[in-house]
Design a protein around this ligand. Structure first.
Ligand code: C2E
Ligand code: CA
Ligand code: CA
Length: 841
């Protein structure tokens, strides 16, 4: 039975014999070599043996002569010795010819390989030689005296050993030689001299064993050295190939100098790259570079001096970027170099690589430019601005004094909307250029995005200097800008804040300046405002209000109030305008003036407006069928929501006939995206919904808009109505109202006068031919449950409220959520305090 130890012993034995086999195979050649390499090895082995042949031939002649002399002297075995001698000398002659044939110039030898049969032939030759040597030895042994035999034994042992060593490069030869020689002599000794020389025969056997082992060992070493040599030359070849490939194909070039810094190798690419016809070899490397750098480029001249110092100090360098000019072209080279030393550690020169990195470098430059500058205007961008701003607020010390101007164009949107984006871009470029000129290199002018610019000025500027700068800026900016056939006035609102007075950190300075800018915008066109700490309070109040509004939307704290609209011709009730009110849980009733703008800026107007529309339709459905309801629609709703679908859904849910709904839009909301607005109005009117143009006369009224937009009514703004009966009014207000009414009539539109507060106004309006009137004189906006009693009072008739068709439409939660997300105050969505009048009921 086999146990584990048996098994491991057998495995060890197996392993041992495998190793032995491998090692034996290695004596004859590399077992892993390809046929070509094996042939090369065989040739080298053959040549190694062939090299010894002249000496062997010479020895053969000497031995043959000596043994012939001995045979003749003793008159023993003369014929046999002569015969062996003859064959041996013939073989020796053949060997000499063989040697001569293989003693060719190295290159020729390298090409011609020795076939296995040639190797076997040489082995056989030398084997026969060994056999005959053995026979001659035995003859001599027999002929010589006792004492002479001792000398013979020593000599023969030496001859066998020398031969074995000489022929061991080709193991077959070495083995045949040692084995046959020893075997013949051994067999002879045993056969003829057993009695006296049996011990010698045994010793000979031992000697043969050692010789054979020696031959195998030597031949294995020889093969190993051949393998090592092949590997080295293969690696050398690969390196050579790689270098050649590198030099031929890459954009790179190699350079090499002697210890004096003179170029002793310059690859074709260097010559090409240098663009010089002058031979480069022998010229100083730094001089060559120097000749390519214009003297005016001081930075590069300094860089070259640094490079020269490095070369002098024999310090290696990497990727030094040199800017050069070749054929009037700017190029960049990246240089790497390493000092070279010989085996005795003596400095021999430099070796290195150069690359033309122009494309990559230009790309890098472009990326940096893009990363730091605004591509449209060429001014510093937001990133660079913030970087420079941050430098005024060191982490480990007090803020450095600086002044910050933030400028926002007042009419940019109008230009962009009405003349197109190309005009908008052109205007931004123009403003950038004017700002740059106004700054005159003082501080940093940057474009922060959109139509917002910043000017950061270092140092403590007195107010007078700031005001002077503002005056100058205004002057520069206000010059009319000529674009195609248009002449456009450029105005900007400016916010100013100072460090360290207004802020201790970069972000605070931005914030304070932003607040000053909002205030400037709210103050009207072309204004400049300094930051005031009170602005901060207002801003935080606004933020709080926004949070409250979101909660109130969910809690249902909004109400819709209704203000009657009266027909001026017969005094009948025409309908009501729906006006939203906010029942704030803590602040009580908040008027729209305080939250509509905020809702618009934050996007909350979308769910809020949809809810008002649904609620108004729902309430109006309970009124007598002759009464209409007018609902205000914000520009943001038109922009961000599908107003068509929202309106139809509100009508459908409430069951209100479409003809009883009127949407009030402002001019500005139609101008933002005129095409979209136009198609929306067309679609709604096709369904029967009426359209009124709200606050008419306050916007950029354009006759072409009025004609192209489908609508039913103009609402004359309260500002015209309120001055109708003002003492000292020269009648211009009346003229304006009359013009509007006439214009409306020409366009087949009705008119509603807003904000009628006095009898005189009412009288004047009805004389001017206004269709409807609305105002506190007639009625204040009222809660929904006051509407039916009001109708009854006004008409003097009892009104039976119509039953509700459906439940009020709940607030669309998804829309609310989306609007809440959009409601995060952002750079572009400014929370500007609404500064309109705010009449409370
Ligand atoms: P508006 O569309 O011009 O609405 C008329 C405003 O004039 C209402 O102010 C109304 O209360 C007020 N008013 C009416 N008669 C008189 C008067 O005789 N004298 C004076 N001084 N004021 C009068 P309210 O309700 O404060 O609304 C202000 C603005 O808020 C509205 O102006 C409208 O632009 C906006 N708004 C109100 N409700 C909504 C809404 O549901 N959606 C949208 N998008 N905007 C709304
Ligand atoms: Ca309105
Ligand atoms: Ca209005």
């Amino acid at each position: 039975m086999l146990n584990a130890s048996h098994m491991s012993n057998m495995a060890a034995l197996n392993f041992g014999s495998q190793r032995m086999r491998n090692s034996l195979a290695l004596c004859f050649g590399d077992p892993n070599a390809t046929a070509a390499v094996a042939a090369q090895y065989r040739t080298r082995q053959f040549q190694e043996v062939a090299k010894q042949l002249p000496l062997a031939t010479f020895s053969t002649f000497m031995i043959v002569i000596a043994s012939l002399l001995v045979a003749l002297r003793t008159d023993r075995h003369v014929a046999l010795v002569a015969a062996c001698g003859l064959v041996l000398t013939s073989l020796a002659t053949i060997h000499l010819i063989t040697w001569r044939r293989h003693r060719r110039p190295k290159e020729a030898q390298a090409q011609k390989t020795v076939s296995p049969s040639t190797a076997v032939w040489l082995s056989a030759n030398l084997g026969i030689g060994a056999f005959l040597y053995g026979v001659i030895t035995l003859c001599m042994f027999d002929a010589l005296t006792e004492s002479e035999r001792v000398i013979l034994t020593g000599t023969v042992a030496a001859v066998i050993a020398i031969g074995a060593w000489m022929f061991s490069a080709l193991p077959l030869v070495g083995l045949l030689w040692s084995f046959l020689f020893c075997a013949v002599v051994g067999v002879g000794l045993i056969s003829f001299f057993w009695q006296d020389y049996g011990v010698l025969a045994a010793l000979l056997a031992l000697y043969a064993f050692f010789l054979i082992s020696g031959v195998l060992m030597t031949s294995r070493r020889f093969v190993e050295s051949l393998i090592a040599e092949t590997e080295i030359s293969r690696q050398r070849e690969i390196v050579g190939l790689l270098l050649r490939d590198f030099e031929e194909n890459a954009n790179d070039w190699l350079w090499e100098t002697d210890s004096m810094g003179r170029l002793c190798h310059a690859s074709v690419h260097l010559v090409e790259a240098a663009g010089s016809k002058q031979p480069l070899l022998g010229r100083n490397f730094v001089d060559v570079l120097g000749s390519l750098i214009p003297v005016s480029n001081q930075a590069q001249v300094r860089l070259l001096a640094r490079l020269e110092l490095l070369l002098d100090q024999r310090k290696p360098f990497r990727a030094i970027l040199v800017e050069i000019r070749i054929h009037d072209q700017q190029r960049w080279w990246s240089l790497t170099g390493k000092p070279q030393f010989d085996s005795a550690a003596r400095f021999t020169g430099w070796r290195g690589v150069g690359s033309d990195v122009t494309t990559a470098h230009l790309h890098d430059l472009e990326m940096t430019q893009l990363a730091r500058f605004d591509p449209l205007t060429g001014l510093a961008n937001r990133h660079q601005f913030h970087q420079q701003l941050a430098a005024y607020f060191p982490a480990d010390g007090p803020a450095l004094p600086c002044s910050l101007f933030l400028l926002d164009l007042d009419n940019f949107k109008t230009v962009n909307d009405s003349l197109g984006h190309t005009a908008g871009d052109e205007l931004l470029r123009e403003v950038a250029q004017r700002l740059r000129a106004a700054a005159g290199g003082r501080g940093l002018v940057a474009r922060l995005g959109g139509d917002e610019f910043a000017w950061l000025i270092p140092g403590n500027l007195p107010r007078e200097a700031i005001e002077e700068s503002h005056r100058y800026l205004r002057k520069v900016l206000s010059q009319a800008w000529q674009y195609q056939d248009y002449s456009i006035a450029v105005h900007g609102s400016i916010g100013v804040s100072f460090a360290p007075a207004d802020a201790r950190a970069a972000a605070d300075l931005m914030r304070s300046c932003d607040m000053a800018l909002y205030a400037a915008k709210a103050a009207g066109r072309d204004a400049l405002c300094y930051f005031d700490p009170a602005m901060e309070v207002q801003a935080s109040q606004k933020l709080g209000l926004l949070g409250d509004m979101r909660k109130s939307l969910e809690a249902g704290d909004f109400r819709v109030y209704y203000q009657p609209q009266i027909d001026m011709g017969n005094g009948t009730l025409a309908g009501f305008e729906a006006l939203v009110r906010w029942q704030h849980p803590k602040r009580g009733l908040v008027p729209p003036a305080e939250f509509i703008a905020l809702a618009e800026d934050s996007g909350l107007i979308v769910p809020l407006g949809a809810w008002v529309l649904a609620q108004a339709c729902h309430d109006a459905a309970t009124w007598p069928p002759t009464l209409r309801v007018a609902v205000n629609v914000s520009a943001v709703q038109i922009e961000r929501a599908d107003m068509y679908a929202t309106t139809l859904a509100a009508l459908q849910r409430s069951g209100l006939p479409t003809q009883r709904l009127e949407l009030e839009l402002t001019e500005s909301s139609l101008m933002r995206d005129a095409d979209a607005a136009q198609s929306l109005l067309r679609a709604l009117r096709a369904k029967g919904v009426r359209i009124a143009l709200d606050d008419f006369g306050t916007g950029y009224s354009s006759l072409s808009y009025l004609r192209s937009f489908p609508m039913d009514k103009l609402k004359i703004d309260r500002s015209f109505v309120s001055i109708l009966d003002e003492a000292g009014s020269d009648g211009s207000a009346a003229a304006i109202v009359q013009t509007i009414v006439q214009l409306a009539r020409t366009l087949h539109l009705e008119t509603t006068a807003e904000g009628v507060e006095t009898e005189a106004q009412l009288e004047a309006l009805s004389q001017l031919g206004c269709t409807y009137g609305q105002g506190y004189l007639l009625a204040h906006p009222m809660a929904a449950d006051q509407v039916i009693p009001f109708i009854e009072r006004w008409t003097g008739e009892q009104v039976a409220p119509l039953s509700r068709l459906t439940a009020p439409s709940p607030l669309d939660e998804a829309a609310l959520r989306q609007a809440s997300q959009e409601a995060q105050p952002s750079q572009s969505q400014r929370l500007v305090l609404h500064t309109g009048w705010s009449p409370l009921i």
